[in-house]
Write a protein that binds this ligand. Structure first.
Ligand code: ADP
Length: 646
């Protein structure tokens, strides 16, 4: 049985250990998964922002691409003028009166002779604001000066007639953008070693936005009436001639009014190339996130005349748009900040760095956790609950196993006691039967000649049979009590008389074993008791005294009766070894016998005192042991005088 229990315990404990390990392992995986999922969320947000910014830029560039070339001039003649109309209407450019147009700043046109005209060239207006304090006019003047001072040198050698360069690759190499960000080789945005909570994910990823790189766009080709076209050119050249000149480079802005009249065809083809970006070094590089001013330029070809049109990219507006997109797509617990690649963006709080690559320059969008430690806290909370549950399960299993072991041990002890009991009972039965058979045989065969000897043998046979019936009585009583079938006959009677009768009955047996029994029967009230039970009590106590004090020097057994506090006390005192205090409780347990079965010198079944206790309790009483002087045991049985329960 123990082997099976050991195997079961080992299996349960091994399963528990496996459970703990698997649980802990899956918690770790959960932590990694949460960090990875969060990183994925950041990557998704970055992608949404990229697409939004790209869409806005695409729409803007599409609009600018489709913008009529005449919008870059101050005046224009509408296409739908009747061919025979003498006086052609001249309209103001829709870009006039403002310096900003969405992401475009300061639209301008450079004519074949290098003359700059803008939609804001208006002599009358400009003269009215002589002090140039007006905001718009100041900006117009500054813009013109900027083109002259910064764009013009970058274009030198590339006059409009030869304006075909790959500005994008030029500017990129020039600024060395590609070296500035140390991006992970695998920029897939997956969590790798990021530890939940303590995490600085900081995975960067490049998000290219190709909108401003227009190489793929087709050129726009339109047909225009020659008369309208010539009017357009004449009216704008006239305005440009009167426009105030900036301090330097005035020689380049000389008026040129010659129109191409060699080809007298009714319509003229106007070819408008797509925009290309050009980053021009800025004298104040701090002002620009791209390390220079970004110009978007396109070439317009009208017969053999080539114009250059363009505008400066409105960086502030661009950043504003990125910011608006970012705000639109931020998810719960996320925040962001814009930085440049040069900035120290490996900030501890940065969870994900998205590099918006505009081709000619980058903008870093640092996505952050508002609370960077929430995943860590979440995992700690999970761990806390996991370990609490494991602790409770461990406690429950330990308690379960302990009680299983306890029960198993108790069962094993009981089984052992029963085995001992059976062998004790067989032995107890065999001994008196052997004696009786031996005496009976000798008497039967007339081997005993002396009448006194024969009388002694008869007496021995009676005593042995009495011992036999005492044993059988004990076993039967015990069995009845176990099955709840024991019936008591409580009757009023004289306790002293009952006890005295038993003493007299046992006296010959005691005498045969060398014991004398003294009685000290005190005044006892008339009480109600079961005569057979009291007889059994006294017989068992006397039997034990004779058995266990057999080696004592003083072989006197004293039987006392007293009465006190509603109880009648029966005491049996011997002068044997006594009962050690540690055994005083155990000896009243069923089948309990002190010492090992093999080394035991006395006969017995372990039922005597258990029955004494049961009988005392049936009389609403109890049993106790005290030590006799100088040695020995005093068994004291208390029986309630009244109030007996059946
Ligand atoms: P049994 O006598 O058959 O062994 P009992 O129930 O009568 O069973 O006694 C239980 C145990 O109590 C005995 O084995 C013995 O150790 C102890 N015992 C009983 N009476 C005495 C006594 N008078 N002196 C010493 N020990 C005793």
């Amino acid at each position: 049985m123990y082997r099976r229990l050991i195997i079961l315990s080992v299996i349960i404990l091994a399963a528990l250990a496996g459970l703990v390990w698997a649980g802990y392992h899956s918690l770790q995986m959960q932590a990694d998964g949460m960090a990875g999922a969060r990183l994925g969320e950041f990557a998704a947000v970055a992608e949404q922002i990229r697409q939004d910014v790209k869409q806005n830029l695409d729409e803007f560039m599409q609009k600018e691409q489709n913008r009529p070339y005449t919008d870059y001039q101050h005046f224009y003649v509408p296409d739908n003028v009747a061919p025979d109309q003498q006086q052609m209407p001249v309209l103001r450019s829709p870009l006039g009166g403002k310096i900003e147009n969405d992401l475009a700043y300061g639209n301008f046109q450079i004519e074949p002779d290098g003359n700059i005209i803008t939609p804001n060239d208006d002599l009358e207006q400009m003269q009215q604001v002589a002090s140039a304090e007006d905001d718009l006019q100041t900006k117009v003047l500054l813009n013109r000066k900027n083109i002259e001072d910064n764009l013009w040198p970058a274009l030198s050698g590339r006059m409009p007639g030869s304006f075909t360069v790959d500005f994008y690759s030029d500017t990129r190499t020039q600024r060395g953008i590609s070296k500035q960000i140390d991006r992970p080789a695998d920029a897939s945005g997956k969590a790798k070693s990021a530890k939940a909570g303590e995490s600085q994910m900081q995975m960067g990823r490049n998000y290219p936005i190709e909108s401003l790189q227009s190489q793929d766009r087709p050129a726009q080709v339109i047909e225009q009436r020659r008369s309208v076209l010539e009017q357009n050119i004449i009216s704008n050249s006239a305005v440009a001639q009167q426009a105030p000149q900036t301090q330097s480079g005035s020689s380049r802005y000389t008026r040129q009014t010659q129109s191409s009249t060699t080809n007298q065809a009714e319509t003229v083809e106007v070819r408008i190339e797509p925009f290309v970006p050009l980053v021009v070094p800025d004298p104040d590089p701090v002002r620009s996130i791209f390390g220079g001013q970004v110009f978007l330029l396109r070439q317009v070809q009208i017969e053999n005349r080539q114009f250059l049109q363009g505008f400066r990219l409105n960086e502030k507006k661009l950043i504003e748009e990125v910011r608006e997109s970012a705000e639109k797509f931020m998810r719960k617990g996320m925040t962001f900040e814009l930085a440049q690649p040069e900035d120290d963006y490996f900030d501890v709080d940065v969870a994900y760095a998205a590099v918006l690559d505009f081709g000619f320059g980058d903008l870093t969008l640092n996505l952050k956790e508002i609370d960077p430690y929430w995943i860590g806290r979440e995992i700690r909370r999970l761990r806390y609950w996991y370990f609490s549950i494991i602790f409770v399960v461990l406690m429950a299993v330990t308690l379960g196993l302990a009680s299983l072991w306890r029960n198993a041990c108790a069962q094993a002890r009981l089984a052992q006691k029963k085995d001992d009991f059976i062998s004790a009972v067989s032995h107890e039965l065999r001994t008196p039967l052997t004696s009786i058979r031996m005496y009976a045989e000798m008497l039967e065969k007339n081997w005993i000649k002396s009448p006194s000897k024969a009388a002694e043998y008869y007496s021995n046979m009676r005593q042995e049979s009495e011992r036999l019936s005492r044993l059988i009585e004990n076993v039967l009583d015990f069995s009845r009590i176990q099955r709840g079938k024991k019936k008591y006959a409580f009757n009023p009677g004289d306790m002293n008389r009952c006890v005295g009768d038993v003493v007299e009955m046992m006296r010959p047996y005691a005498a045969q074993k060398g014991f004398s029994i003294e009685t000290e029967l005190g005044p006892v009230d008339q009480s109600i008791f079961d005569g057979d039970a009291v007889t059994q009590i006294v017989v068992n106590l006397l039997d034990n005294a004779i058995k266990y004090a057999r080696d004592a020097e003083d072989r006197t057994i004293i039987v006392r009766t007293t009465c006190d506090d509603g109880f009648t006390f029966i005491e049996v005192e011997d002068h044997g070894p006594g009962v050690p205090s540690l055994q005083r409780k155990k000896i009243f347990e069923q089948f309990y016998r002190s010492g090992a079965e093999a080394t035991r010198e006395t006969n017995g079944t372990g039922l005597g005192l258990a029955l004494v206790k049961k009988f005392a309790e049936a009389h609403n009483g109890f049993v106790e042991i005290t030590t006799a002087r100088p040695t020995g045991a005093i068994f004291r049985v208390a029986l309630a005088c009244e109030g007996i329960t059946q």
